[in-house]
Design a protein around this ligand. Structure first.
Ligand code: 5GP
Length: 290
Protein backbone atom coordinates (compact mmCIF):
# COMPACT_ATOMS: atom_id res chain seq x y z
CA UNK A 1 0.00 0.00 0.00
CA UNK A 2 1.37 3.47 -0.88
CA UNK A 3 1.74 6.32 1.60
CA UNK A 4 -1.51 8.18 2.46
CA UNK A 5 -1.98 11.34 0.39
CA UNK A 6 -0.71 14.54 1.97
CA UNK A 7 -3.73 16.76 2.60
CA UNK A 8 -3.74 20.49 3.04
CA UNK A 9 -5.40 21.64 6.30
CA UNK A 10 -8.49 22.66 4.29
CA UNK A 11 -8.72 19.30 2.56
CA UNK A 12 -8.30 17.54 5.89
CA UNK A 13 -11.07 19.61 7.47
CA UNK A 14 -13.32 18.84 4.52
CA UNK A 15 -12.61 15.10 4.73
CA UNK A 16 -13.33 15.08 8.47
CA UNK A 17 -16.58 16.96 7.95
CA UNK A 18 -17.60 14.48 5.25
CA UNK A 19 -16.77 11.50 7.48
CA UNK A 20 -18.82 13.03 10.29
CA UNK A 21 -21.75 13.58 7.97
CA UNK A 22 -21.54 9.96 6.77
CA UNK A 23 -21.50 8.68 10.37
CA UNK A 24 -24.54 10.81 11.21
CA UNK A 25 -26.34 9.56 8.14
CA UNK A 26 -25.62 5.92 9.04
CA UNK A 27 -26.76 6.52 12.61
CA UNK A 28 -30.04 8.04 11.36
CA UNK A 29 -30.66 5.05 9.07
CA UNK A 30 -29.90 2.60 11.90
CA UNK A 31 -32.40 4.42 14.11
CA UNK A 32 -35.03 4.05 11.37
CA UNK A 33 -34.21 0.32 11.13
CA UNK A 34 -34.55 -0.01 14.91
CA UNK A 35 -37.97 1.66 14.85
CA UNK A 36 -39.11 -0.72 12.10
CA UNK A 37 -39.55 2.09 9.60
CA UNK A 38 -36.85 0.65 7.31
CA UNK A 39 -36.13 -3.02 6.62
CA UNK A 40 -32.73 -4.55 5.88
CA UNK A 41 -33.90 -4.84 2.28
CA UNK A 42 -34.67 -1.10 2.15
CA UNK A 43 -31.18 -0.24 3.42
CA UNK A 44 -29.55 -2.59 0.91
CA UNK A 45 -31.43 -0.87 -1.93
CA UNK A 46 -30.55 2.59 -0.59
CA UNK A 47 -26.86 1.61 -0.30
CA UNK A 48 -26.71 1.02 -4.05
CA UNK A 49 -26.82 4.77 -4.69
CA UNK A 50 -25.45 6.10 -1.42
CA UNK A 51 -21.74 5.94 -0.69
CA UNK A 52 -22.08 6.50 3.06
CA UNK A 53 -24.52 3.60 3.39
CA UNK A 54 -22.49 1.38 1.07
CA UNK A 55 -19.66 1.70 3.59
CA UNK A 56 -21.80 0.65 6.55
CA UNK A 57 -20.63 -2.56 8.22
CA UNK A 58 -23.17 -5.36 7.82
CA UNK A 59 -22.70 -6.23 11.48
CA UNK A 60 -23.73 -2.71 12.56
CA UNK A 61 -26.82 -2.87 10.38
CA UNK A 62 -27.91 -6.27 11.67
CA UNK A 63 -27.30 -5.20 15.28
CA UNK A 64 -29.64 -2.29 14.78
CA UNK A 65 -32.63 -4.52 13.98
CA UNK A 66 -35.01 -4.40 16.91
CA UNK A 67 -34.54 -7.45 19.15
CA UNK A 68 -31.32 -8.67 17.52
CA UNK A 69 -28.44 -7.14 19.53
CA UNK A 70 -24.69 -7.81 19.36
CA UNK A 71 -24.56 -11.51 20.20
CA UNK A 72 -27.31 -12.64 17.84
CA UNK A 73 -26.03 -10.38 15.08
CA UNK A 74 -22.64 -12.13 15.21
CA UNK A 75 -24.29 -15.56 15.19
CA UNK A 76 -26.45 -14.62 12.21
CA UNK A 77 -23.49 -13.34 10.19
CA UNK A 78 -21.43 -16.42 10.99
CA UNK A 79 -24.31 -18.65 9.94
CA UNK A 80 -24.70 -16.71 6.68
CA UNK A 81 -20.94 -16.87 6.06
CA UNK A 82 -20.53 -13.10 6.14
CA UNK A 83 -17.32 -11.77 7.64
CA UNK A 84 -17.87 -9.61 10.72
CA UNK A 85 -15.92 -6.74 9.12
CA UNK A 86 -17.74 -6.89 5.75
CA UNK A 87 -19.37 -3.68 4.50
CA UNK A 88 -22.61 -3.60 2.52
CA UNK A 89 -20.72 -2.76 -0.67
CA UNK A 90 -18.59 -5.90 -0.28
CA UNK A 91 -21.46 -8.40 -0.10
CA UNK A 92 -21.77 -11.01 -2.84
CA UNK A 93 -25.10 -11.80 -4.52
CA UNK A 94 -25.76 -14.92 -2.44
CA UNK A 95 -24.87 -13.14 0.78
CA UNK A 96 -27.24 -10.28 -0.09
CA UNK A 97 -30.02 -12.75 -0.84
CA UNK A 98 -29.54 -14.73 2.35
CA UNK A 99 -29.37 -11.55 4.41
CA UNK A 100 -32.61 -10.23 2.93
CA UNK A 101 -34.30 -13.59 3.43
CA UNK A 102 -33.22 -13.69 7.06
CA UNK A 103 -35.05 -10.43 7.71
CA UNK A 104 -38.12 -10.67 5.51
CA UNK A 105 -40.91 -9.02 7.54
CA UNK A 106 -42.95 -11.77 9.17
CA UNK A 107 -46.18 -10.52 7.69
CA UNK A 108 -44.85 -10.62 4.14
CA UNK A 109 -43.88 -14.24 4.42
CA UNK A 110 -45.89 -17.36 3.85
CA UNK A 111 -45.38 -19.58 6.89
CA UNK A 112 -43.64 -22.88 6.17
CA UNK A 113 -45.57 -26.15 6.02
CA UNK A 114 -45.34 -28.78 8.69
CA UNK A 115 -45.03 -32.20 7.09
CA UNK A 116 -45.11 -35.26 9.33
CA UNK A 117 -43.64 -38.45 7.94
CA UNK A 118 -44.78 -41.52 9.79
CA UNK A 119 -45.40 -45.20 9.27
CA UNK A 120 -44.39 -48.52 10.75
CA UNK A 121 -40.92 -48.93 12.24
CA UNK A 122 -38.52 -50.29 9.64
CA UNK A 123 -40.33 -48.86 6.63
CA UNK A 124 -37.44 -46.54 5.82
CA UNK A 125 -38.57 -43.18 7.23
CA UNK A 126 -35.14 -42.30 8.52
CA UNK A 127 -33.51 -42.98 5.14
CA UNK A 128 -35.95 -40.54 3.56
CA UNK A 129 -35.32 -37.97 6.32
CA UNK A 130 -31.55 -38.35 5.89
CA UNK A 131 -31.90 -37.69 2.19
CA UNK A 132 -33.92 -34.53 2.92
CA UNK A 133 -31.24 -33.33 5.36
CA UNK A 134 -28.70 -33.24 2.53
CA UNK A 135 -30.36 -30.18 1.07
CA UNK A 136 -34.04 -29.62 0.49
CA UNK A 137 -36.67 -26.99 1.28
CA UNK A 138 -37.12 -28.73 4.65
CA UNK A 139 -35.70 -28.19 8.06
CA UNK A 140 -35.60 -31.76 9.33
CA UNK A 141 -36.33 -31.77 13.04
CA UNK A 142 -33.88 -33.58 15.34
CA UNK A 143 -35.79 -35.50 17.99
CA UNK A 144 -34.84 -36.09 21.58
CA UNK A 145 -34.80 -39.67 22.81
CA UNK A 146 -33.99 -41.70 25.89
CA UNK A 147 -32.84 -44.59 23.66
CA UNK A 148 -29.12 -45.35 23.80
CA UNK A 149 -27.20 -44.24 20.70
CA UNK A 150 -26.52 -46.91 18.09
CA UNK A 151 -22.84 -47.30 17.19
CA UNK A 152 -23.19 -45.11 14.11
CA UNK A 153 -25.28 -42.33 15.66
CA UNK A 154 -24.05 -38.90 16.68
CA UNK A 155 -25.58 -36.81 19.47
CA UNK A 156 -27.11 -33.62 18.09
CA UNK A 157 -27.11 -34.98 14.53
CA UNK A 158 -29.23 -38.14 14.56
CA UNK A 159 -30.93 -37.45 17.90
CA UNK A 160 -30.45 -35.45 21.03
CA UNK A 161 -29.75 -38.29 23.43
CA UNK A 162 -31.36 -37.52 26.80
CA UNK A 163 -31.27 -39.29 30.14
CA UNK A 164 -34.66 -40.15 31.64
CA UNK A 165 -34.31 -37.17 33.98
CA UNK A 166 -33.50 -34.80 31.15
CA UNK A 167 -36.51 -36.05 29.21
CA UNK A 168 -38.74 -35.59 32.28
CA UNK A 169 -37.64 -31.98 32.72
CA UNK A 170 -38.11 -31.24 29.03
CA UNK A 171 -41.71 -32.47 29.36
CA UNK A 172 -42.21 -30.40 32.51
CA UNK A 173 -40.92 -27.29 30.71
CA UNK A 174 -43.33 -27.97 27.83
CA UNK A 175 -40.43 -28.19 25.41
CA UNK A 176 -41.95 -30.88 23.22
CA UNK A 177 -44.47 -30.37 20.45
CA UNK A 178 -45.31 -34.04 20.95
CA UNK A 179 -43.70 -37.00 22.61
CA UNK A 180 -44.42 -40.72 22.76
CA UNK A 181 -43.15 -43.99 24.07
CA UNK A 182 -42.00 -46.48 21.48
CA UNK A 183 -40.53 -49.95 22.09
CA UNK A 184 -39.54 -49.08 25.66
CA UNK A 185 -38.00 -45.67 24.99
CA UNK A 186 -39.32 -42.14 24.83
CA UNK A 187 -39.03 -39.86 21.80
CA UNK A 188 -40.01 -36.20 21.51
CA UNK A 189 -39.98 -33.33 19.01
CA UNK A 190 -38.32 -30.19 20.39
CA UNK A 191 -40.91 -27.48 19.86
CA UNK A 192 -38.75 -24.36 19.54
CA UNK A 193 -36.68 -25.31 16.48
CA UNK A 194 -39.86 -26.35 14.66
CA UNK A 195 -41.75 -23.16 15.50
CA UNK A 196 -38.79 -20.89 14.66
CA UNK A 197 -38.38 -22.58 11.32
CA UNK A 198 -42.07 -22.37 10.39
CA UNK A 199 -42.18 -18.72 11.39
CA UNK A 200 -39.17 -17.96 9.20
CA UNK A 201 -41.06 -19.46 6.25
CA UNK A 202 -39.15 -22.73 6.08
CA UNK A 203 -41.07 -25.98 5.93
CA UNK A 204 -40.38 -28.60 8.55
CA UNK A 205 -40.27 -32.36 8.31
CA UNK A 206 -40.90 -34.50 11.38
CA UNK A 207 -39.98 -38.16 11.10
CA UNK A 208 -41.91 -39.71 13.97
CA UNK A 209 -44.02 -42.70 14.95
CA UNK A 210 -47.77 -42.79 14.60
CA UNK A 211 -49.09 -41.70 17.99
CA UNK A 212 -46.79 -38.65 17.85
CA UNK A 213 -48.12 -37.85 14.36
CA UNK A 214 -51.67 -37.90 15.73
CA UNK A 215 -50.71 -35.52 18.53
CA UNK A 216 -49.22 -33.11 15.99
CA UNK A 217 -52.42 -33.17 13.92
CA UNK A 218 -54.46 -32.35 17.01
CA UNK A 219 -52.23 -29.38 17.83
CA UNK A 220 -51.50 -28.17 14.29
CA UNK A 221 -54.53 -29.11 12.16
CA UNK A 222 -52.94 -27.66 9.00
CA UNK A 223 -50.01 -30.07 9.26
CA UNK A 224 -49.77 -32.67 6.48
CA UNK A 225 -49.61 -36.24 7.77
CA UNK A 226 -47.87 -38.63 5.41
CA UNK A 227 -47.96 -42.38 5.95
CA UNK A 228 -45.07 -44.32 4.44
CA UNK A 229 -45.96 -47.89 3.52
CA UNK A 230 -43.57 -50.70 2.63
CA UNK A 231 -43.98 -52.09 -0.91
CA UNK A 232 -45.01 -55.40 0.74
CA UNK A 233 -45.40 -56.76 4.26
CA UNK A 234 -42.64 -59.31 3.55
CA UNK A 235 -40.26 -56.50 2.71
CA UNK A 236 -40.95 -54.86 6.07
CA UNK A 237 -40.41 -58.14 7.93
CA UNK A 238 -37.09 -58.72 6.21
CA UNK A 239 -35.96 -55.16 6.97
CA UNK A 240 -36.82 -55.51 10.66
CA UNK A 241 -35.29 -58.99 10.91
CA UNK A 242 -32.13 -57.80 9.21
CA UNK A 243 -31.53 -54.85 11.52
CA UNK A 244 -28.12 -55.66 12.93
CA UNK A 245 -28.30 -52.63 15.21
CA UNK A 246 -31.15 -54.09 17.35
CA UNK A 247 -31.20 -57.13 19.68
CA UNK A 248 -33.36 -60.16 18.73
CA UNK A 249 -35.83 -59.28 21.49
CA UNK A 250 -36.14 -55.72 20.27
CA UNK A 251 -36.62 -56.86 16.68
CA UNK A 252 -39.48 -59.15 17.72
CA UNK A 253 -41.14 -56.33 19.69
CA UNK A 254 -40.82 -54.00 16.73
CA UNK A 255 -42.36 -56.56 14.38
CA UNK A 256 -45.40 -56.94 16.62
CA UNK A 257 -45.71 -53.17 16.82
CA UNK A 258 -45.34 -52.74 13.06
CA UNK A 259 -48.35 -55.00 12.55
CA UNK A 260 -50.50 -52.66 14.66
CA UNK A 261 -49.01 -49.58 13.04
CA UNK A 262 -49.89 -50.67 9.50
CA UNK A 263 -53.55 -50.35 10.42
CA UNK A 264 -53.21 -46.61 11.08
CA UNK A 265 -52.82 -45.50 7.45
CA UNK A 266 -56.43 -44.35 7.11
CA UNK A 267 -55.89 -41.57 9.65
CA UNK A 268 -53.31 -39.92 7.40
CA UNK A 269 -53.70 -37.18 4.77
CA UNK A 270 -51.44 -38.91 2.25
CA UNK A 271 -50.09 -42.40 1.77
CA UNK A 272 -46.80 -43.02 -0.06
CA UNK A 273 -45.30 -46.38 -0.94
CA UNK A 274 -41.61 -46.54 -0.23
CA UNK A 275 -40.40 -48.34 -3.31
CA UNK A 276 -37.90 -45.62 -4.32
CA UNK A 277 -36.45 -43.13 -1.86
CA UNK A 278 -36.06 -40.42 -4.53
CA UNK A 279 -39.74 -40.69 -5.45
CA UNK A 280 -40.78 -40.30 -1.81
CA UNK A 281 -38.45 -37.33 -1.40
CA UNK A 282 -39.91 -35.60 -4.48
CA UNK A 283 -43.46 -36.24 -3.32
CA UNK A 284 -42.72 -34.72 0.10
CA UNK A 285 -41.13 -31.64 -1.47
CA UNK A 286 -44.20 -31.30 -3.66
CA UNK A 287 -46.54 -31.48 -0.61
CA UNK A 288 -44.56 -28.68 1.04
CA UNK A 289 -44.72 -26.41 -1.99
CA UNK A 290 -48.35 -27.07 -2.93
P1 5GP B 1 -35.47 -45.49 16.21
O1 5GP B 1 -35.25 -45.92 17.60
O2 5GP B 1 -35.52 -46.66 15.26
O3 5GP B 1 -34.55 -44.41 15.76
O4 5GP B 1 -36.93 -44.83 16.16
C1 5GP B 1 -38.03 -45.52 16.62
C2 5GP B 1 -39.30 -44.83 16.22
O5 5GP B 1 -39.39 -43.58 16.89
C3 5GP B 1 -39.36 -44.54 14.73
O6 5GP B 1 -40.65 -44.94 14.29
C4 5GP B 1 -39.22 -43.04 14.66
O7 5GP B 1 -39.93 -42.48 13.56
C5 5GP B 1 -39.84 -42.62 15.97
N1 5GP B 1 -39.43 -41.29 16.42
C6 5GP B 1 -38.25 -40.68 16.23
N2 5GP B 1 -38.28 -39.46 16.76
C7 5GP B 1 -39.52 -39.28 17.26
C8 5GP B 1 -40.18 -38.19 17.93
O8 5GP B 1 -39.63 -37.12 18.15
N3 5GP B 1 -41.46 -38.39 18.33
C9 5GP B 1 -42.11 -39.54 18.10
N4 5GP B 1 -43.38 -39.63 18.50
N5 5GP B 1 -41.54 -40.58 17.47
C10 5GP B 1 -40.25 -40.45 17.06
Amino acid sequence: MGAPPQLTPEERALALAKAKQSRQQRAAVKARVKSGELSISDVISMSESDEALAKMRVLELVESVNGVGKVRAKTILERLNISLTRRLQGLGRHQLESLEKEFVPRTAMAPGKLVVLSGPGGVGKSTVAKELKKGSPFFVSISATTRAPRFNEVDGVDYHFYSNEEFDSAIARNEFLEWAEFAGNRYGTPRKAVEDSLRSGKSVLLEIEISGAKQVKAKVPESILVFLEPPTWEELVSRLEGRGTDSAERRAARLALAQEEMAAASFFDKVLINDRVEAVVSALIEFASA
